[in-house]
Design a binder for this molecule. Structure first.
Ligand SMILES: O=C([C@H](O)CO)[C@H](O)[C@H](O)COP(=O)(O)O
Length: 216
């Protein structure tokens, strides 16, 4: 399992200081939606230049103008770009076409998708190869977790790498690995930990251990 650090409520300087501390433990760095709203695609360009071996994910959550917006994010240096799974398939197709030009990956974020199995089938038929189960911050505040949707996704998905997000911490990551996730996305669980480097190290250790057990 890979570990993705999501950076949401942070400045570029704070983000660089955090990445420098947790770099040995993370596989992907995400420029989260609130960070993009604050700073645009600048952090994507900065991190690409500063950490050439660390893939950058731009959490643009595209809902329309798929071709145009995905091009902006990939051209800035993103290896991964998110599109909302609920949107029109034409928008998703636009993102996939651009991803092919750049050799990048489009992740369909399934937040608020009502009929998960049906949508997964349609998205995979279109060519999607990465899906994210995502319990949003507001949904987390109402007590929800991504576990049940991950179970459904694991049963239905045929070809996709599975990402999971939604309040994951060292105390909860193991269940998501056992449920079959390939990438754990962690924001607050690192950023707001008392010791972010220790939390990232622990998450990476658990991810490695549980994945090994899953494969045995
Ligand atoms: O995508 C996210 C959210 O919608 C805010 O943009 C977060 O990056 C994602 O939920 C991971 O953050 P945590 O839930 O704090 O781990």
């Amino acid at each position: 399992m890979k570990l993705q650090l999501a950076l949401d409520d942070i400045t570029i300087d704070e983000a660089v200081a955090l990445i420098d501390r947790v770099r040995p433990f993370i596989d992907i760095v995400e420029v989260g939606t609130p960070f993009l709203i604050e700073d645009g695609l600048r952090p994507v360009r900065d991190f690409r230049a500063r950490y050439p071996d660390l893939p950058v994910l731009a959490d643009v959550k595209i809902m329309d103008a798929g071709h145009y917006e995905a091009r902006q994010a990939f051209a800035a240096g993103a290896a991964y770009v998110t599109v909302l799974g609920v949107t029109d398939l034409l928008t998703v197709k636009g993102c996939l076409d651009v991803a092919a030009d750049f050799g990048g990956t489009v992740i369909a974020d399934m937040i608020c998708v009502a009929d998960l199995p049906d949508r997964i089938r349609r998205l995979e038929d279109l060519g999607i190869k990465a899906l994210a189960v995502h319990t949003g911050v507001d949904q987390q505040a109402a007590g929800r977790t991504p576990a049940d949707e991950l179970k459904v996704m694991k049963e239905v998905a045929r070809q996709s790498e599975l990402f999971v997000a939604g309040g994951i911490t060292p105390a909860t990551i193991s269940q998501y690995i056992r449920l079959g996730a390939d990438v754990a996305i962690v924001g607050g669980g690192i950023r707001h930990a008392a010791d972010p480097a220790k939390a990232a190290e622990e998450l990476a250790r658990l991810a490695h251990r549980e994945t090994k057990e899953r494969e045995e």
